[in-house]
Each structure stands twice: as structure tokens, then as C-alpha cells.
Design a protein around this ligand. Structure first.
Ligand code: ZN
Length: 305
């Protein structure tokens, strides 16, 4: 009996079939979110049915606010707001469906892959945005539904604007959306950087280009790297004071592509900023599953954890 896991991303739908804990088949198609809800749901169902075979259940990862592993409350880049996705998928495919926030599922995947040993784990995933997830007391913690929005804790009052509608959030300094603001400001000031070469205004930054710029010593790339690592270290230090989790797990394109030097810099700032009497319990690791963490989380959920 196999289990499916579908990552419903802003640009692609990635479906994986798991057998005995490992991915045995994958298929990917573009999301085409601009075509609207009906078209998107039709594409999702067709993709799922094309790989259903002997599957009994499916996990669905959504980049948005999800209630009761079922209902999509808000999802800014997909036309699925206020929709009972679980009921729809179950009716159309005959599979048991479990819907979750993509970052929460990514943290869950990382946690289970490590054997689920720790009771309290905080996940921070830095890519275009800064996603957060919490496992408290051995369970994913979602508060009243939307908890874990670590990227939207305030870092700098009156700081950069943020995609959430607020100001000065950690996301605006750690993640690429914030780096992009600084880049455009820099371009307007007439600055020179290899990060500006061959790119169109407003286009999202590529983590690999950021990493390359940093390695080459480009001054703007070094500034963005240092600012991001310092902000992430600050977020970790503050969260450690509140939750003192057993482990922090860092992932996402920014963390993966910058590599070891970034991890060391984040760790350095977390150690500088952590409450001194709690410094000895601070433990940080990087993602084991990289870009597949969410897909694994969806699988573990659909499997019955
Ligand atoms: Zn925000």
C-alpha cells in the first residue's frame, strides 16, 4: 500500500508516491494559479489520479493558513481561500486527505526523519519568505490555527515593509523578499553589484546567485549575507528565551545555498544574543531533507504519523 504527498506550490505541483518510507515515484506540473480555482483543482485531481495506483491516503502541503488539517483559510498566492480542500479531494479521489501548512509539514518531516526523539523543536525555513513551525510536547503546535509565524515577529520597529502588511518583520531581513528591497534601493542609489547583472526589476533573487556573490566578496552580497545571518541569530536567541526547545532546525534555499559559512554566522549571533544562563541548552542543526522536507511531512501525516 503506497501513500501520496502533494506539494501545492505557487509555481509547481509536485506529487510523490511513497512506499515503505521512501519516495518511489515523482511527478511535477506547473501550478498555473492565474487560471483560477476550478482549473487548479482539476489539475490537482488529474495529477493525483495519474499516480494513485494502490494509494490509500494523501498529504497536501499548502503555503497558507490551514484549520483542522482540512480547511484553507488564507493562501496568498493560490486561489484556495476559504475552501474545504480535504472534503473536495476525498470526494474526487477516494483517498483520505490531510491538509497542512507547507512549513509545518516540513518541520514535521524533519522531526520524524530524526526519529521523533525530541519533544520540542522549532523550525525556521528561509527562502523567498521566512517560514516557521513549532513542535511542542511532541505535537505540531498551531495555536488557534495560524501559530508559528516566526518570520512575522518584529525585528526592527519602523523597519522595512513586509508582505504580511506589517513592518520590520524578521522575514524582511532574513529572507529574499527583504533582500530584494535592499537590492532595489541599492540600484536606485546607483550602486554596483554582480547581484544586479542581467536581472529585471522586481524579479525574485536566486539563492545560488546570492551565495556566489558572497563567495566572490561582492560588497552588497556580503552585506545581505551578514544582515540575514544576524537577524536569524536574533530570532533564534529570542525564541530560545521563550520556549527553550531541544532543537532548532534551519532550512530553505537561503540556508541550503549559503551553506556552512552562513550556518556558522547564524550560530555565532545566536550564541552572542542568547540569554547567558540558557546558552548551554541552545542546539541548532540544518535540514536533513532539504527541499523534500515538506513532502516527507505530508507523507508522515497521511500515514497516520
Ligand atoms: Zn511580516
Amino acid at each position: 500500500m503506497s501513500i501520496l504527498s502533494l506539494d501545492v506550490g505557487g509555481s509547481k505541483l509536485l506529487l510523490a508516491r511513497f512506499s515503505q518510507g521512501e519516495i518511489v515515484e515523482e511527478r511535477q506540473i506547473p501550478t498555473l494559479a492565474h487560471e483560477g480555482r476550478e482549473a487548479l483543482l482539476k489539475r490537482m485531481v488529474e495529477l493525483i489520479l495519474s499516480m494513485k495506483e494502490d494509494a490509500s491516503s494523501i498529504g497536501l502541503l499548502i503555503p497558507g493558513v490551514i484549520y483542522q488539517n482540512s480547511y484553507v483559510r488564507k493562501c496568498s498566492n493560490l486561489p484556495l481561500n476559504d475552501f474545504d480542500l480535504k472534503a473536495f479531494i476525498e470526494k474526487e479521489t477516494g483517498l483520505s486527505a490531510f491538509v497542512g501548512n507547507d512549513v509545518s509539514f516540513a518541520l514535521y518531516g524533519e522531526w520524524k526523519k530524526r526519529g521523533g526523539h525530541f519533544n520540542n523543536v522549532v523550525g525556521l525555513f528561509a527562502g523567498s519568505g521566512l517560514g516557521g513551525g513549532l513542535i511542542l510536547g511532541g505535537e505540531l503546535y498551531s495555536g488557534q490555527g495560524a501559530a508559528g509565524e516566526i518570520g512575522h515577529m518584529n525585528y526592527i520597529p519602523e523597519g522595512r515593509s513586509c508582505g504580511c502588511g506589517g513592518w520590520g518583520c524578521y522575514e524582511s531581513y532574513v529572507a529574499k523578499s527583504g533582500m530584494l528591497q535592499r537590492l532595489e534601493e541599492f540600484a536606485q542609489e546607483g550602486g554596483n553589484s554582480i547581484l544586479l547583472e542581467g536581472r529585471k526589476s522586481g524579479e525574485m533573487l536566486d539563492s545560488r546567485v546570492l551565495a556566489k556573490g558572497y563567495k566572490l566578496g561582492d560588497s552588497l552580497a556580503v552585506e545581505l549575507f551578514e544582515e540575514s545571518a544576524r537577524a536569524l541569530g536574533s530570532a533564534i536567541a529570542s525564541l530560545h528565551a521563550v520556549l527553550e526547545p531541544d532543537l532548532f532546525i534551519l532550512g530553505g534555499g537561503v540556508v541550503d545555498d549559503y551553506g556552512e559559512e552562513y550556518f556558522d554566522e547564524v550560530n555565532k549571533w545566536a550564541q552572542i544574543l542568547v540569554m547567558p544562563s540558557m546558552a548551554n541548552t541552545l542546539k541548532i542543526e540544518t535540514s536533513m531533507l532539504k527541499g523534500k522536507a515538506g513532502i516527507y511531512g505530508g507523507y508522515y501525516f497521511a500515514k497516520g504519523k
